[in-house]
Design a protein around this ligand. Structure first.
Ligand code: HGY
Ligand code: MN
Ligand code: MN
Length: 403
């Protein structure tokens, strides 16, 4: 039985989504605050000192916070209707790895911390890896404070409600200076480990990826009384972008473009919408391909909007270039684990943000179907246990020598 599973089971009811299935746990909402309390209690029972940094990230320290710390962890928030493993598996595996090391009487020769990053999925405020981007200064603090959730609540208001002072958000060089290296364990979001029949692997790269919000402006009107020739219906160019995204990305190797969220206003069955908001998620193996795919999709958006007498405004909500993890650390950890495979990933992670500032690696745990961002996301208990043991071995290796 895996030591990670009982910890996942302890939060199995927190944020369960009765409508979508799976979990809806979003930055600083009531559910995520409950998860933070749970994590803090679990960390403190393990003798870890927990504090929240200026950006809402949680840090549980084994030993005094200090330079050259070995940091592990992940996130507890989810996409709407997400799976149980994406994020939490990395957090519970870190706690379980601490159990393994303490049970062996291990004492780290350098500080070790378990981190829980805030709003990794961007499920509430729209910017993924919010906490790690703020920590590293790759997201402007004023812009972040003004981000609004679908109900119009700003990040600043949400943080204040959570008892944090949003005036302090922003790049945190003191926290960054403590990190010697960061290792994130994550359920694999894909079938790479299935295809090579391995329970655990290390990451070598992350696709370039970004998010764009397209707002189509038309003329709200009556669905029955308005002849087709008299319409400026923003749903039509929106629909063409959904299809164009697949067609255009399909012509570029490794590229992916997805529209998973379309919001017409006002949203009545018998109403021609006045505006339609649509969010595009586009990814490819490098900046050039990603930008080319997005540019072509946006050109189609402009063209089809004009043809329908509509206009379109575009806002880039987030972007991150291709990430290549520290090759030395990757190979060192692969060696510690007996030569586990190295895999690319199409999914973004806080590790992808940290990789720009500190030596960073990822461990993946096999996902039998590869499905993620859906209730069907899964990892077998024995593979989760292999992940815990692997993480414990990696943490022991990295902390056995003083800096
Ligand atoms: O969207 C992603 O790739 C990640 O799950 N935030
Ligand atoms: Mn995710
Ligand atoms: Mn994740």
């Amino acid at each position: 039985m895996s030591r990670a599973i009982p910890l996942l089971e302890a939060i199995a009811d927190v944020g369960a989504d009765p409508v979508r299935g799976g979990y809806s746990r979003h930055g600083f909402d009531r559910v995520e605050l409950e998860l933070r309390e749970w994590f803090t209690a679990e960390a403190e029972t393990r003798g870890l000192d927990v504090h929240t940094d200026r950006n809402g990230n949680l840090w549980a320290w084994w030993g005094a916070p200090g330079p050259n710390a070995v940091v592990t962890g992940s996130h507890l928030d989810s996409v709407p209707g997400g799976g149980a493993f994406d994020g939490p598996l990395g957090v519970v595996s870190a706690l379980a790895a601490v159990d393994v090391l303490r049970a062996r009487g291990f004492r780290p020769a350098r500080p070790l911390a378990v981190v829980v990053f805030a709003e990794e999925e961007g499920g509430r405020f729209g910017v993924p890896c919010l906490g790690s981007r703020l920590l590293t200064g790759t997201l402007d603090a004023d812009h972040a404070r003004a981000l609004r959730d679908p109900d119009g609540v700003t990040l600043a208001e949400a943080m204040s409600t959570a008892g944090l002072d949003p005036a302090w958000v922003g790049r945190d060089d003191e926290a960054l200076s403590r990190i010697g290296c960061f290792v994130e364990l994550h359920v694999e979001q894909g079938r790479g480990l299935v295809d090579v029949d391995a329970p655990v692997g290390v990451a070598d790269s992350v696709l370039a990826h970004g998010r764009w919000r397209l707002t189509f402006h038309g003329e709200g009107n009556h669905a029955g009384a308005t002849p087709l020739t008299d319409r400026a219906d923003p749903m039509l160019p929106a629909a063409s972008v959904v299809l164009a995204a697949r067609r255009i990305a399909g012509a570029v190797p490794e590229a992916r473009a997805t529209v998973g969220r379309v919001v017409p206003l006002p949203g009545g069955t018998n109403v021609i919408p006045s505006t339609v908001d649509l969010w595009l998620d586009a990814r490819a193996s490098d900046d050039g391909d990603t930008r080319a795919v997005v540019d072509e999709i946006l050109a189609e958006a402009e063209e089809t909007a004009k043809a329908e007498g509509c206009t379109v405004t575009v806002r880039e909500e987030s972007y991150g270039g291709t990430v290549t993890f520290d090759v030395g650390l990757r190979d060192e950890l692969s060696g510690v684990l007996g030569g586990v495979p190295a895999l690319p990933t199409g999914a973004g992670h806080d590790a992808g943000i940290l990789a720009g500032r500190v030596p960073t690696a990822m461990l993946f745990v096999r996902n039998p179907t590869g499905i993620s961002h859906a209730p069907a996301e899964h990892a077998e208990p024995e593979d989760c246990e292999t992940g815990v043991v692997a993480l414990a071995r990696v943490l022991a290796h990295l902390t056995e020598t003083p800096c």
